[in-house]
Design a protein around this ligand. Structure first.
Ligand code: NDP
Length: 452
């Protein structure tokens, strides 16, 4: 049977765009792609990229205090949200145009429309047009969710943050994950009075305890009102803001409430289940290590599969899909030892096992140090950083590396190479320190602080 395309991709985010353009550009496949919103997807339009630019914007808040100590006479004026927002959106428009151009240059035919799956080889566009393809790739990503409580629509979600008509004076952020903790720092830096409710005992659940505790302490030090073991009991729109009663009984009025309480795969009404594609209870597409669904012609990559929800992982899954399907070279995706950064303030970079997770598996040595970094310490700032290695007693391999420090994301990218290569503690030790830096501590820690 002749199909309209060799591949039809649903979703123009990081994963979908990469798969489409490599399949078309490098492998000569005839590829169609449908995107119902903006090209670039969550990461470029309403995630990593605008978030990181907001992290940069908020970072200038401290410049007056620090530069002064270094002899500069600096007076910081007010932050102009609308001026920043204009530049931010111009940048997002530029990036979206690049994504469109990359697809066009690779020969991918794009449709600004929603696509649903009709059968194993057919998609239906919201324009009414039907297209057939030998393979269908579902790369529809995910979206933020609100908790199931009364008047939850009085709160906003992360998608809304980049379009706020004005910067609120006060904001309650609900959640203790990446998004909640990153935006607590961003908003605080921009001058918003931030309260953060997290229902558990410490934010950033699942990350190394020592690292996340230090991040939380520094967030509080910087002025965030972090309330642990706390959630919203009641909320409603009131007096131009949102009135909230917490589970500890306190009542307060906030200009905005942000729910950063998790994300959900975009599979609603996509027609997948009717074709035989299996979804899990959270609605994620179930795939094997080749991103293959239960239907031979349908694959899925990225956040819609809810494996490791990170842009570079979606891109890798897209590349592995192309290798598997268009180069006859079955390539599973390696989800082991993925370095990642959390752009809290201070930043956290991490690869491998937390101390707690490693101890569950084998006997370990823990090397850890916290200290005041030179740059901010000189300016009398209370900032503290942490460098930590979790080492296997048996193999001497570094099982986990955790960094809390400015630019921890940059550091962990490089430390991640060593850890992925299976470096031992002794490999770290025989590497000469780069002085004076924060990360030199990574190769100079001599005595374990704990063994078990
Ligand atoms: P997460 O799953 O990381 O965090 C959700 C948070 O909300 C958790 O603290 C959770 O608590 C809490 N929560 C869930 N339901 C409720 C509820 N009903 N009431 C109160 N609190 C609730 O989701 P995020 O939205 O922060 O991030 C989604 C994903 O996006 C991440 O997992 C990550 O993969 C990706 N991401 C990565 C970034 C990066 O790499 N820097 C940045 C941003 C996002 P509990 O812990 O108790 O379950």
């Amino acid at each position: 049977m002749a199909f309209d395309y060799d591949l039809f991709v649903i979703g123009g985010g990081s994963g979908g765009v990469r798969a489409a353009r490599v399949a078309a550009g490098e492998n000569g496949a005839k590829v169609g792609l449908a995107e119902e919103s903006r090209y670039g997807g969550t990461c470029v339009i309403r995630g990593c990229v605008p978030k990181k630019l907001m992290v940069f914007a908020s970072g200038y808040a401290n410049i007056e205090a620090e530069a002064g100590a270094y002899g500069w006479d600096v007076t910081l004026g007010d932050f102009d949200w609308n001026r920043f927002k204009g530049t931010l959106h111009a940048e997002l428009d530029r990036l979206e145009a690049i994504y469109r151009r990359l697809l066009a240059n690779a020969g991918v035919e794009t449709f600004d429309a929603r696509a649903t799956v009709k059968d194993a080889h057919t998609v239906v566009l919201s324009t009414g047009v039907e297209k057939t393809a030998k393979h269908i790739l579902v790369a529809t990503g995910g979206r933020p969710t609100r908790p199931d409580i009364a008047n939850a629509d009085a709160g906003i979600v992360s998608d809304d943050l980049f379009d706020l008509p004005e910067l609120p004076k006060s904001m309650l952020i609900v959640g203790g994950g990446y998004i909640a903790s990153e935006f607590a720092g961003v908003m605080n830096g921009l001058g918003v009075k931030v309260t953060q409710f997290y229902r558990g005992e410490q934010i950033l659940r699942g990350f190394d305890n020592e690292a996340r505790t230090l991040v939380a302490e520094q967030m509080v030090e910087k002025g965030i009102d972090l309330q642990l073991g706390t959630n919203i009991a009641e909320m409603e729109k009131r007096d131009g803001g949102v009135w909230v009663k917490s589970t500890s009984g306190d009542e307060a009025l906030f200009d905005q409430v942000l729910f950063a309480t998790g994300r959900k795969p975009n599979t609603d009404d996509l027609g997948l289940e009717a074709t035989g594609v299996k979804l899990d209870r959270a609605g994620a597409v179930q795939v094997n290590e080749y991103s293959h669904t239960a239907v031979p012609s349908i694959y899925a990559i990225g956040d819609v599969t809810n494996r490791v929800n990170l842009t570079p992982v979606a891109i890798r899954e897209g590349m592995a899909f192309v290798e598997t399907v268009f180069k006859a070279n079955p390539t599973p995706v390696d989800h082991d030892l993925i370095p990642s950064a959390i752009f809290t303030q201070p930043e956290m970079g991490t690869v491998g096992l937390s101390e707690e997770a490693a101890r569950e598996i084998e006997a370990i040595e823990v090397y850890s140090t916290t200290f005041k970094p030179m740059q901010s310490s000189f300016a009398g700032q209370p900032d503290r950083v942490m460098m930590k290695l979790v080492v296997s007693q048996a193999t001497r391999k570094v099982l986990g590396c955790h960094i809390v420090a400015p630019a921890a994301g940059e550091m962990i990218q490089l430390a991640g190479i060593a850890v992925k290569m299976g470096a031992t503690k002794e490999d770290f030790d025989r590497t000469v320190a780069v002085h004076p830096t924060m990360s030199e501590e990574m190769v100079t820690m001599k005595t374990p602080v704990r063994t078990s």
